[in-house]
Design a binder for this molecule. Structure first.
Ligand code: ARG
Length: 393
């Protein structure tokens, strides 16, 4: 019997996959759940379900710290956002796939399987990572059989596959954010019901009193809140908690998927919005005009690479090198005010600040204003020429 390692979440798609791989593909199934900060029951349930449906070996891999340090922190330094989405799901996929490859190697498996459908982005992200790290064949049972959600439900019922009962929407959650799709949300004109949200309160229910806080950055990544030092994972969790409390980080967009489909996506990413807002504020203080312009370009390319599942593309590593070098000066403190869904930057300071209060001051006598006259005189030379030439016509 051939051996297959399945990336297993215990949800509908992957649960159906277990049975399909056993019955239709006639394989020995090993399941693995990679913990990137899902809720506790989403880590415990797969182990239980795996047992119930006759899986002999199940792995639970804790990759939360690695996710925070090696993936989320890179995304923060790059201000990574795709069409307004902080890439929570996208960033986790290569890490999950890498862990599955490790298990497949250890188990001497013949194949790796995933539960992605043929319409989504994750099939690209999983498969490109797997192919970068392994020669195993890849099986995608749901896509292979072109199953619809209803067909999957029927198959699950027929085969007494246990399903999470209370899930109305398709939800993907990790420490960087929560994605909510499906059901009535597929109608882009339907307002997302309050019950879909778990990490954030509505602006109406957010506290009337504003919260002031200071985030300290070191080399482009957050290291302390209000002076209290924290590790990568801890600070992300804390930022989610604080910003969520003030109704920050709800995102409702029409997103362009890799295959070109437009999809309606809801996200809750309070920590990501808070941290990236503060990070950008510190960059304004410490990077030059030229760097800031380039940072926008890098951010756009970096985000597309991540979204498109090309984590192992060398350009991503090249960009990380430039980013790391620039971020050495993105060190300092940002003061913020959170109130009813809004974040305001109140202040920023850094030992690498390029801002000079003396130079910009109206009271300054150091810079002789007359010296600038020459610089101003020929400014807009081409525009002036153009206007003259056109008037002559
Ligand atoms: N559209 C996002 C992405 O491709 C999130 C998908 C999340 N999936 C879900 N079942 N909610 O990264």
């Amino acid at each position: 019997m051939e051996k297959v390692v399945l990336a297993f979440s215990g949800g509908l798609d992957t649960s159906v996959c277990v049975k399909l791989l056993q019955e239709k593909y006639n394989m020995e199934v090993i399941t693995a759940c990679v913990d990137v900060g899902q809720p506790k029951d989403e880590i415990e349930r797969p182990a239980q379900v795996a047992k119930e449906i006759g899986v002999k070996k199940h792995y639970t891999i804790d990759a939360k710290h690695e996710f925070a340090e090696e993936f989320i922190f890179r995304a923060i330094k790059a201000n990574a956002m795709y069409e307004g989405y902080p890439l929570s799901t996208s960033l986790a996929r290569p890490l999950i796939a890498m862990k599955i490859v490790e298990i497949a190697e250890k188990e001497g498996a013949d194949a790796i399987a995933h539960g992605c459908t043929g319409k989504g982005n994750d099939q690209f992200r999983f498969e490109s990572t797997i192919r970068s790290g392994s020669l195993c064949s890849i099986i995608a049972p749901v896509r292979d059989l072109s199953l619809t959600r209803t067909e999957e439900m029927d198959y699950a019922k027929e085969n007494s596959i246990p399903l999470p009962s209370d899930k109305l929407y398709s939800i993907d959650e990790n420490v960087w954010g929560r994605s909510i799709e499906g059901d009535i949300l597929e109608d882009p004109m339907v307002e997302t019901p309050e019950e879909a949200f778990e990490w954030t309160v509505s602006t109406e229910n957010a506290p009337h009193k504003a919260q002031y806080l200071a985030i300290t950055f070191n080399d482009g990544v957050p290291v302390a809140i209000d002076g209290k030092k924290m590790g990568a994972l801890e600070i992300i969790i804390e930022c989610n908690r604080i910003a969520g409390l003030h109704g920050i980080g709800r995102i409702d967009i029409i997103e362009n998927r890799i295959i070109g489909l437009k999809s309606r996506e809801n996200y809750e990413t309070p920590g990501a919005i808070l941290i990236i807002t503060a990070h950008k504020a510190l960059e304004q203080l410490t990077l030059t005009r030229e760097e800031l312009k380039f940072v926008e370009t890098i951010s756009q390319t970096y985000s597309e690479i991540v979204y498109n599942g090309l984590w192992h593309e060398p350009l991503r590593e090249d960009l990380d090198c430039i980013i790391d070098n620039m971020q050495k000066r993105v060190t300092g403190v940002v003061k913020l005010k959170l109130h009813k869904g809004s974040i305001r930057t109140l202040g920023r300071e850094s030992p690498f600040s390029l801002y000079s209060e003396e130079a910009v001051s109206f009271e300054d006598k150091e810079m002789d204003q007359r010296e600038i006259a020459g610089m101003v005189k020929n400014y807009g030379l081409q525009a002036a020429c153009y206007q003259r030439v056109c008037k002559k016509d």
